[in-house]
Design a protein around this ligand. Structure first.
Ligand code: SDX
Length: 438
């Protein structure tokens, strides 16, 4: 993707002035190209990359102030209402919505990649039964690179798209295996006559002993949950996939790195943390105490599912997720769900509290998803596995865009605060280390 600079920023340092090109994207803030600063003896400094654009991309656009999320230009609200997860996977990967023939071919391709190598059924036995499913997913997705290491030319668009299909197709199968394994239940094979989300739920909850019918309302809700998690521009896990991919690493290993990054409670692990937090609050009478803890700078407690690095308004996905939550609870006759009631009360209190208003902290995608997943019967430890399954097309679409679009090895620099040069001290001349200042 070439880009023309349209004007320049002038940085005056001491006696010299450095001219830095300013480049406009199709949407969003312009960027200042600081690439030549190193040759002038300077680095930029931006821990957490709050003000840093790491790459060019055409896939997803987020406007945090207005609560806008576009996938290839299409608003998430319209995709959630009119599209489905597999169609969004196609859109993220190929850039356009498929016509009927393209959609049918894509569906067929995905269905015929849903099985995993039988050796993975023994591979997973190497984990303790009580291993966290995200630990299993890090290992088992990374292990896929051992199965496709040699049949993958990352410079071949055909090989890259086959890899994308394999990962999108196999993640639900692996996720269901990570659920069945601790239960000691047999793994259920994918069924090609079922829809994508229906097949996932069937692999999760069916047993060989009897037929299992997936509730279509629940299947639609799961499809929408996966759709809402599909991509979110340069979030921490996608940036991890891009960083790993910039070394030319095997894409299955890159996605495994993304799964590891997603696991943290500040990122994809927040959905599990929300339910644990609501359980810890226990009763609506305790909400004020926990909101006070969240506001206390000396208390590490944070309101999980609230706040976002980019959204300084309501996360548009959270609104769709809340609506899906009501649909599922109504279908299950669990409208009077105490956890949902607690979450809604917590949201109301937080949104009226000046601390959250001033810091522009709103519910994010993780705030309501866990309530739906729990109501469906999915254990809390599997929530981030569901997020990872949903996010797979985003990860692999960004990897594909980077590898196919010309890229450089990612290698940030640092602000060095360590010792200046000093000579080695022979053992017999050393002082006790704690007596030596930094
Ligand atoms: C996801 O990046 C993405 O796109 C991610 C994601 C995706 O789809 O990939 O959208 C998915 O990860 C959503 C976020 C899930 N995480 C959580 O819900 C965890 C709780 N949220 C926080 O940890 C926090 O809001 C972050 C990590 C999400 C964002 O943190 P930032 O941008 O680094 O902001 P910050 O920590 O500097 O907070 C700014 C201020 C701080 O107070 P001050 O130091 O200015 O006094 O807001 C406070 C924070 O203490 N704050 C919170 C808070 N979140 C921020 N205070 C209480 N509760 C919170 N949840």
């Amino acid at each position: 993707m070439a880009h023309e600079s349209q004007s320049a920023a002038r940085l005056s340092i001491d006696e010299s002035e450095i001219e830095l090109p300013i480049i406009a994207g199709r949407e969003g803030p312009k960027v200042i190209d600081v690439g030549k600063l190193a040759s002038q003896g300077y680095f930029t400094y931006d821990p957490g990359f709050v003000s840093t654009a790491s790459c060019n991309s055409e896939i997803t656009y987020v406007d945090g102030d207005s609560g806008v999320l576009l996938h290839r230009g299409y608003p998430i609200e319209q995709l959630a209402e009119h599209s489905d997860y597999l169609e969004l996977c196609y859109l993220l990967l190929k850039g356009e919505l498929p016509n009927a023939a393209e959609r049918a071919e894509f569906d067929w391709e995905i269905k015929h990649h849903t099985m995993v190598d039988e050796k993975l059924r023994t591979f997973i036995q190497g984990f303790r039964r009580d291993a966290h499913p995200m630990a299993v997913m890090c290992g088992i997705v990374g292990a896929l690179s051992a199965f496709y290491h040699d049949s993958l030319d990352i410079n071949s668009e055909e090989d890259r798209l086959r890899t994308a299909m394999r990962l999108i197709a196999k993640m639900p199968t692996l996720a269901a295996m990570s659920y069945k394994y601790p239960l000691g239940q047999p793994f259920i094979y994918p069924r090609n006559e079922l829809g994508f989300a229906e097949n996932f739920l069937h692999m999760m909850f069916a047993t060989p002993c009897e037929d299992y019918e997936v509730n279509p309302v629940i299947a639609r809700a799961m499809d929408r949950i996966l759709l809402l998690h599909a991509d979110h521009e340069q979030n921490a896990s996608t940036s991890t996939v891009r960083m790993a991919g910039s070394t030319g690493a095997n894409p299955y290993a890159c996605v495994a790195a993304g799964i590891a990054a997603l696991w943290g409670p500040a990122h994809g692990g927040a959905n599990e943390a929300v339910l644990n937090m609501l359980d810890e609050i226990g009763d609506e009478r305790n909400i004020d105490k926990f909101v006070a803890k969240a506001k206390d700078r000396d208390d590490p407690f944070r309101l999980m599912g609230f706040g976002h690095r980019v959204y300084k308004s309501y996360d548009p996905r959270a609104k769709v997720m809340q609506q899906t939550c009501h649909e599922v609870l109504n279908e299950l006759g669990a409208q009077d769900n105490p956890t949902l009631r607690m979450a809604q009360r917590l949201e109301k209190i937080a949104l009226e509290d000046s601390y959250f208003v001033e810091k522009r902290l709103y519910p994010n995608v993780d705030f309501y998803s866990g309530i739906i997943l729990k109501a469906i019967g999915i254990p809390v430890e599997l929530f981030t596995v569901i997020f990872a399954t949903g996010r797979t097309p985003g990860w692999i679409a960004h990897w594909n865009e980077m590898i196919g679009g010309g890229y450089r090895l990612g290698r940030p620099r640092q602000l060095y605060q360590g010792h200046q040069r000093r000579d080695f001290v022979p053992l017999e001349q050393r002082q006790p280390s704690e007596s030596i200042g930094r």
